[in-house]
Write a protein that binds this ligand. Structure first.
Ligand code: HEC
Length: 120
């Protein structure tokens, strides 16, 4: 009996991690890293996203997607937001909001390489 409970726990934890990993996958697949950085911390030209609240990120992405933000540079961002489904926005926001702003993520691309089993 104990074993069964353990297996259930593992599966549950596994799933929540998958969600976060999915966000990471979408982040890499959709090229967000190209501007906002692999660690989502931005640079002098692109805003940092790491650690911003999930709701804030979801709102912003939806506003870009629906052309509700018309700042000077929003045209750069809009096509990327438009390519996202609501589910993808949700997963992305979950992932990005959990990135620790202060941690120093090494800038290794191979860490994000995507295997065959992931996605699609
Ligand atoms: C070609 C460069 C580029 C790419 C690729 C890109 N962005 Fe952006 N993003 C920008 C720019 C520029 C802004 C600021 C636009 C403005 O001033 O309104 C921005 C703004 C944002 C914001 C709002 C930040 C804030 O604090 O207001 C979010 C959230 C965001 N991007 C998420 C993403 C995600 C998620 C992806 C991938 C799906 C992505 N971006 C891909 C250039 C990019």
């Amino acid at each position: 009996m104990k074993k069964i409970i353990l297996i259930c726990l593992t599966v549950t934890i596994g799933f929540s991690q998958t969600d976060n990993n999915n966000g990471k996958l979408i982040y890499m697949k959709n090229g967000c890293y190209g501007c906002h950085g692999v660690d989502a911390k931005g640079d002098k030209d692109y805003p940092s996203l790491a650690g911003k609240s999930k709701n804030y990120l979801i709102n912003k992405l939806k506003l870009y997607k629906n052309e509700r933000i018309n700042s000077n540079r929003s045209n750069i961002m809009k096509p990327f937001a438009k390519a996202l489904s609501s589910r993808e926005i949700e997963n992305l926001a979950e992932y990005i909001s959990n990135i620790n702003k202060k941690s120093k993520t090494p800038y290794y691309y191979h860490e994000y390489e995507v295997g065959d089993s992931a996605g699609s």
